[in-house]
Ligand binder design. Structure first.
Ligand SMILES: [Zn+2]
Length: 287
């Protein structure tokens, strides 16, 4: 059964570790992440962007696949199915489709409009037992065509959004989606500390987890980050392993063209990345 992310993130905050959100793109991605979470006895959040949801043919298909897979694989660790960077309409669609958690990203709206829409969605999500993440201040990089500037969120705005009854908060602290540029200045820990102090202990979310050095991740966790989003890193590992298989000519040997063989190295690579992140985030054996 899918669960909301509230309890697992409150426990993470209290226990000074973070739960990974790993974005899924298809069946192989989902299976690899679920099996690794189970093996490591770690709670896990499966993230679905609106683009990935569309790619997988729709939110209902995604919810049905994940729900059935949790049952068929005998997964017993807590699993949340979470909409990543949801629009107002997308958030409503996922609540209907059977997701257990949503993010409403109203960071591109003026703050008052972000507050009005977040307030409405908090009520709707909670009435159906879902957890809800909201965002203040654009996070850098590009995700599904949304471009941010690596902005740092204003602690006062964070306080206003956090007080709406949301379950966890994404706030820009200089983090960026995708690969980090060579001239990246690093996370802004002063900003993180101010946001943490202004938001009354609400679990904070760090987006753009790919490529942030391990020591910065650990420091961020110590300053209140309880959820870390990983997307690009699994894509890079999958692509590299698949490239290796084909460049070695293995798809031309015997039945090496069978998709179950062709995709296997990529699946193993995703598992290794998820394992590495769960160990770094400290969520192993916290299910
Ligand atoms: Zn994000």
């Amino acid at each position: 059964m899918l669960v909301s992310a509230t309890e697992m993130l409150n426990k993470a905050r209290d226990g000074h570790y973070a739960v990974g959100q790993f974005n899924i793109n298809n069946l192989e991605w989902t299976k690899a992440i679920l099996l690794t979470a189970q093996e490591l006895n770690s709670p896990v959040i499966l993230g679905v962007s609106e683009g990935a949801g569309k790619y997988m043919t729709g939110f209902k298909t995604v919810a049905a696949m994940v729900d059935s897979m949790v049952n068929d694989l005998g997964i017993t660790v807590p699993v949340a199915l979470h909409l990543d960077h949801g629009s107002y309409e997308g958030a409503k669609a996922c609540i209907e489709a059977g997701f257990s958690s949503i993010m409403f990203d109203g960071s591109h709206y003026p703050i008052d409009e972000n507050i009005a829409k977040t307030t409405e969605l908090v009520e709707l999500a909670h009435s159906k037992g879902l957890s809800i993440e909201a965002e203040v201040g654009a996070i850098g990089g590009e995700e599904d065509g949304v471009i941010g500037n690596g902005e740092v969120a204003d602690p006062d705005e964070c306080k206003r959004i956090a007080s709406l009854g949301i379950d966890f908060l994404a706030a820009g602290i200089g983090n960026i989606h995708g690969k980090y540029p060579a001239n990246w200045k690093g996370l802004d820990f002063e900003a993180l500390d101010s946001i943490h102090n202004a938001t009354d202990g609400i679990p904070l979310v760090l987006h753009g987890g790919t490529g942030i050095p391990a020591d910065m991740i650990k420091k961020a966790i110590s300053l209140g980050v309880s959820k870390i989003n990983v997307n690009t890193e699994c894509q890079l590992s999958f692509a590299a392993a698949t490239r290796g298989y084909i460049e070695a000519g293995k798809d031309l040997e015997g039945k090496g063209f069978d998709p179950r063989k062709l995709l296997a190295p990529g699946v193993e690579a995703i598992k290794a990345t998820v394992r590495e992140k769960m160990e770094l985030f400290g969520s192993v054996n916290k299910a």
